[in-house]
Design a protein around this ligand. Sequence first.
Ligand code: MN3
Length: 230
Amino acid sequence: MPKLLSWLLALLLAFAPAPMAQAADAAFSLPPLPYANAALEPAIEATTMAIHHDRHHQGYVNNLNAAVAAEPALRGLELEALLKRPSRRSNAVRNNAGGHWNHSFFWASLTSPGQGGAPSPELLTAIDRDFGSFEAFQASFKAAGAGRFGSGWVWLIVNPKGTLEVVSTANQDNPLMDLPEGRGTPLLGNDVWEHAYYLQYQNRRADYLDAWWSVVNWPVVSDRYAKQLA
Ligand code: MN3
């Protein structure tokens, strides 16, 4: 018996991937923030940004890499292919592919207060057409963010009919996923998980939702809309 055990152990060690090799081969990596941690102050403080990006987003990336490594059939798939059909995926893939996509999209949607410009004329026209006014759109977005029970996201999307819509998703789901409700192409998204605001705003999610408008990067959002029109 001891001989068999030592033979089995040798076999396991021979086929176990070395931890360093696994890290080097990782399918996904954390994109750096496109600005300094303090760039979004006072709307979002540097400490919140550092923890949110360096720990939470890194965690989704690490867990996604581990989930993909554990399922050989998923190797080589792009991020959007991994998250598109959540009913066919493990919860680990669904949650962490969503977490990685959502946060990458979120950082890219923001900029320093005063730097965010304004929506393009085409986007403003569509907002007026589908919400009545820019203020009505903001009120709808805030209500959806405040009304999301527990953790999730609020989005501005172009739905399959080509109209703008505000939707909310639970956990790390997003509108690209093949879910019964709220499907479309995201133009803008806000993270309403407590980790996004709690250090600074505690339970005052509505105050965070109000302050967040000051850091939206409207040229980026407008470019996304232009790509949908094209
Ligand atoms: Mn988050």
